[in-house]
Design a protein around this ligand. Structure first.
Ligand code: GAL
Ligand code: CA
Length: 344
């Protein structure tokens, strides 16, 4: 290998390392910031990339926060935690790959008396209760389903033309997140429960897991369109990334403008907000990335300083969890969602 090739290989290797690991470098004067190790279950997840950015922002000047990509591999995440502990971090902020793996992380942290704040993927209560320095920051999963269902019902009543075959029944398809994920299970169940509670009759035409992913959702909806065509009257997605995949499939098949089929998601990621603003998506439910990140950082700091976890904050502990509320978002209140994601 000549020198040029070697150096470009090196540059590429460095770029990969930097993509996989984000750090708040202690600037001059704050070299003594406590070191904290964080993991994200995978960087290739649309919503979590906003949580990650918000965490780095909220940690500025408070913590020397290192965030790493577990690449959707729990064994890899466990290794990252071992690495953090051997480097002497003062706390761990953990977005699990497998919710059941919380106890394995607690087993590593407990002997060192290290606080562990789990976030986004909710561990079992029993695991949290097994360690006095383990907490969870997230949401109440069922609430997102209930709010999404309510939004769907309200909009359905306002738009009689959406009942394309005029049978008085909503023929819907459901895009599910990762099976076994508390958010995916609860959203799938409670969205439909809350639509029918409103007196609306529904018929599920399809349900499939697209694991939160835009490209997977697009493939699935492409197939549904070939099978059912314009018999689909509503697309309900457990998150916005999948809703965007559905939208791409439907628009490519000519379901746009007057022929559009209503779509809802959850998260309120910026791309979805644009689609709501343009009338291409009906609405979403804000999964408050900014406030969840803030709560993670607040609890981390307090626990490092030996204080009560919510000391000096407005967060309320329910058992071992801080639950940030969801909010239904339509064209009428986009600003609240934009603020949470830090968009102007
Ligand atoms: C959910 C979110 C999804 C996905 C998932 C990852 O709360 O709505 O979009 O990011 O977390 O665990
Ligand atoms: Ca119908």
């Amino acid at each position: 290998m000549n020198k040029k090739i070697i150096s470009s290989v090196l540059v590429a290797a460095m770029a990969v390392t930097m993509v996989g690991c984000q750090q708040n470098k202690p600037g001059s004067g704050d070299a003594k910031l406590p070191a904290v190790g964080a993991t994200i279950y995978k960087y290739d997840d649309n919503f979590m990339s906003f949580v990650r950015t918000q965490m780095a922002k909220k940690a500025e000047k408070k913590l020397a926060l290192t965030i790493s990509d577990a690449q959707n591999d729990q064994a890899k995440l466990n290794e990252l935690v071992d690495g953090y502990i051997s480097k002497g971090v003062k706390a761990l902020d953990i977005n699990l790959v497998t919710p059941q793996a919380a106890s394995a992380i607690i087993d590593k942290a407990k002997p060192k008396n290290l606080p562990v704040i789990f976030f986004n993927k909710e561990p079992d209560e029993a695991a949290l209760n097994s360690y006095d320095k383990a907490y969870y920051v997230g949401t109440r999963s069922s609430e997102s389903g209930e709010l999404q269902g309510k939004l769907v019902a309200e909009q359905w009543k306002k738009h009689p033309e959406w009942d394309r075959n005029k049978d008085g029944i909503m023929q819907y398809v459901m895009l599910k997140g990762e099976p076994g994920h508390p958010d995916a299970e609860a959203r799938t169940k409670f969205s439909v429960e809350s639509i029918t509670k409103d007196g609306i009759k529904v018929q599920q035409m399809e349900l499939q897991a697209a694991n939160w992913d835009t490209a997977k959702a697009k493939d699935i909806v492409d197939a549904w369109i070939s099978k059912h065509g314009n018999k689909i009257e509503f697309v309900i997605a457990n998150n916005d990334a999948m809703a965007l995949g559905a939208l791409a499939a439907l628009e490519a098949a000519g379901f746009k403008g007057e022929k559009a089929i209503p779509i809802v998601g959850v998260d309120a990621i910026p791309d979805a907000l644009t689609k709501i603003e343009n009338g291409e998506m009906v609405g979403t439910v804000l999964n408050d990335a900014g406030n969840q990140a803030q709560a993670v950082i607040d609890l981390t700091l307090n626990l490092i300083n030996g204080k009560a976890p919510t000391d000096g904050t407005n967060w309320k502990l329910e058992g071992k969890a801080v639950r940030v509320p969801y909010k239904a978002i339509t064209k009428d209140n986009l600003k609240e969602a934009k603020d949470s994601y830090g968009i102007k």
